[in-house]
Write a protein that binds this ligand. Structure first.
Ligand code: SF4
Length: 699
């Protein structure tokens, strides 16, 4: 089957709209579809180079076309689907029989469709009977999600449509480089930029920060790891200069007195010495934020991927609440979800502590509701599991996970402290990976199951706005691949699970609707037909309603309708200062690549533009270390070492070094990151690990 299809990009959470047109016989030599940008409120026809080149992956020579099973000689060999699934089911039964249900783990992904994320959670709990499921969104959105739940009682990345930003006069971007990660987004910053109100907080002078080069906006370049202090300083100024919206705070929040006390010592000069940002600039920014309507505060991974990420995101929310922004027309607070279905991926049961509808797995009512939909007694649903890092640390350990199923994740590139993750994987009895390619993780697997790509499948995604959209099939997948819904259903049957596992995405969505009904992320009023008509569907969308493009107009989601101002404080141990011979390693993204790079490194145009990791450093740092541009350097710490070429740039502070995290093996930035986690959200620290840097003498 081949037909023109209106769908969305396979990569990031902006989910740019595109039309895929099957290629004719004469031009089918390169890609089976051509990609065209489609008019849609978020991207307005625009795509970035990742989107434009996405079809290259569909017939990439390295694409997997049959299941692989590791033979006794250690080599992965092609086999039939029947044999591969029989082998997986028999191994799972044996491991479960010997070590118990929690000896089987599932690692999901924020790129899975809603239907797959939902069925994966159900499969783990019912077919495997395990509590050990979590996903790579733990590395992405967990701290901002925890902060949103704590303050508002709900976590929807943007609680308003992206187009609302068009009329903003001031936008504060904290730790997000949208100009490279989701370029069409910057169209929504134009109004604030023209009004002189674009403010970017980032230790790097990124492409986004350069949007303020016109001299009208502001770029604040704090020392890495001082985001929380900077926000506490802004709150201090807002309170000290009587810029608080007291009517809003009194009517819509609780906790103001505790906040006042918690920031009393963060006077601007102290913040200046902590962050490196001039006190005058902080005052100017605080006054601008309080100056009127049309003010938005948006956070991204730069301030969230910390061991104090929840508290940092909470401080940003506190600032927004004191200014009266959330729920006020034309203003607001939001966090920019990164992965394609980072929003939906965290709503349907992939998280270790959640059931569909963003329900708590410990809530008896939630368990009873979902159990009814699944047709099982609530006691059959296991309790909470453990978050991603803890799950990975348990691999092969006594009492830990002995078999791991991985869906939509390249965890030996994207996890913190990957050398340890590799060692733990080596101790497993069984690793099963579903993927399109032999990613770095798939290459370690005992069984690899090849799956369709985005242009070959039907389903839904939920964008960074909380808007549910349709993914549509344009072409038939290659004969040797199978959909993950089918794989889960086949495994469930082999494991003699009596629950229903539909393979038709629309039927799975129908069940998801019922399972989510009455939950925080209620999809019960959404169906494929309305999405296919192009109707905008923002959750919560209870049956019979018209959905909720904007949250918080009248009340927050806590039972009393009030937002929580939560006092937070700086933990000195969270971000140790570098010793004289150390630099702070900041990891992040490049325009050309997405996540672990497993897909984009296989697109020739993108790979040619950014073929390898480069360590970006300030020329003064390079001079001190005797390094010239393009020379080979080694970054190292107690966890590992990365060798790559140096790139000199004045865009970075002299006390930091930047490494993109899109590369594997010896260039994996996560060889250097710590698996210490945020105590609230279990988010690892990706932004302030300490490294030594030295030139490598090449012979
Ligand atoms: Fe749009 Fe993101 Fe795809 Fe680029 S990667 S085209 S910004 S959805």
């Amino acid at each position: 089957m081949s037909r023109s299809a209106d769908t969305h990009c396979p990569y990031c959470a902006l989910q740019c709209a595109m039309t895929l047109t099957p290629a004719t016989a004469t031009d089918a030599s390169t890609a089976p579809v051509t990609v065209g940008g489609r008019d849609f409120p978020t991207n307005r026809g625009g795509l970035c180079k990742k989107g434009w080149t996405s079809a290259e992956l569909l017939r990439a020579p390295s694409r997997l076309g049959a299941p692989l099973v590791r033979a006794t000689d250690g080599v992965l060999r092609e086999t039939s689907w029947e044999d591969a699934l029989d082998h997986v089911a028999a191994s799972l039964r044996s491991i479960r029989g010997s070590h118990g249900a929690d000896a089987v783990g599932v690692f999901g992904g924020g790129g899975l469709t809603n239907e797959k994320a939902y069925l994966l959670g159900k499969f783990a709990r019912l077919a495997l009977g395990t509590s050990r499921i979590d996903y790579n969104g733990r590395y992405c959105m967990s701290s901002a999600a925890a902060a949103g739940n704590r303050a508002f009682g709900v976590d929807r990345g943007l609680p308003f449509p992206l187009e609302d930003l068009d009329d903003a006069e001031t936008i504060l971007l904290l730790g997000t480089n949208v100009a490279e990660t989701m370029p069409p987004f910057i169209g929504h910053l134009a109004g604030a930029q023209a009004a002189g109100g674009l403010v970017v907080v980032d230790p790097r002078r990124t492409a986004t920060a350069r949007l303020t080069d016109d001299g009208k906006g502001l770029h604040l370049q704090p020392m890495p790891g001082t985001d929380l202090a900077l926000l506490l300083g802004l709150i201090h100024i807002v309170i000290a200069e009587r810029l608080v919206d007291l009517d809003y705070v009194a009517a819509r929040t609780v906790g103001y007195d505790a906040i006042r006390r918690s920031v009393a010592s963060w006077w601007p000069e102290r913040v200046q010495s902590t962050t490196g940002v001039p006190a005058l600039t902080l005052r100017r920014l605080a006054r601008r934020l309080a100056s009127g309507d049309g003010v938005y505060i948006l956070t991204g991974r730069g301030v969230e991927q910390h061991v104090d990420g929840t508290d940092t995101a909470t401080a940003a929310i506190n600032l927004a609440l004191l200014l009266g922004l959330p729920g006020r027309p034309g203003s607001g607070y939001g966090t920019l979800t990164g992965q394609g279905n980072g929003q939906g991926g965290r709503e349907h049961g992939q998280k270790c502590d959640q059931l569909p509808g963003y329900r708590k797995i410990t809530d008896p009512e939630a368990r009873a509701h979902v159990a009814r939909v699944w047709g099982v007694p609530p006691t059959e649903i296991p309790g909470p599991g453990v978050p991603a890092v803890e799950l990975l640390q348990s691999l092969g350990e006594p009492g830990g996970v002995r078999a791991l199923l991985v869906h939509g994740s390249n965890l030996v590139v994207s996890s913190p402290n990957v050398a340890n993750v590799r060692a733990r994987i080596a101790a497993l009895d069984l690793l099963v990976v579903c993927d399109f390619f032999l990613s770095e993780t798939a290459a370690l697997a005992d069984v690899v199951l090849p799956i369709p790509q985005w242009a070959e499948e039907e389903g839904t995604m939920t964008s960074l706005e909380g808007r549910v959209i349709r993914r549509r099939r344009a072409i038939t997948p290659p004969g040797g691949v199978r959909d993950e819904l089918w794989i889960l259903a086949e495994l469930a049957r082999r494991l003699e699970c009596t629950a229903t596992f539909d393979v038709d995405p629309e039927l799975v969505f129908e069940e998801l609707r019922r399972a989510s009904e009455g939950g925080i992320a209620d999809y019960s009023g959404i169906d494929y037909a309305m999405l296919d008509r192009g109707e905008a569907a923002y959750w919560p969308f209870p049956r019979g309603s018209t959905g909720t493009p904007r949250l918080f107009a009248d009340r927050f989601a806590h039972s009393d309708g009030l937002a929580r101002l939560v006092p937070v404080s700086v933990r000195a141990s969270a971000h140790p200062a570098p010793l004289p011979d150390e630099l702070t390693l900041v990891t992040g993204r490049l325009l050309e690549h997405y996540q672990s790079g497993a897909q984009t490194r296989r697109v020739p145009e993108l790979a040619d533009a950014q073929p390898e990791a480069r360590a970006a450093m300030h020329p003064s740092t390079a001079e001190r270390l005797g390094v010239a541009d393009g020379e080979l350097v080694e970054l190292s710490n107690a966890r590992g070492a990365v060798r790559c070429r140096a790139r000199l740039t004045t865009d970075l502070r002299p006390d930091a070094v930047f490494l993109p995290f899109h590369y594997g093996d010896g260039q994996a930035a996560n060889l250097l990151t710590s698996d210490a986690v945020d105590p609230v959200s279990a988010m690892p620290e990706f932004k302030t690990n300490l490294v030594r840097l030295a030139r490598v003498i090449e012979i």
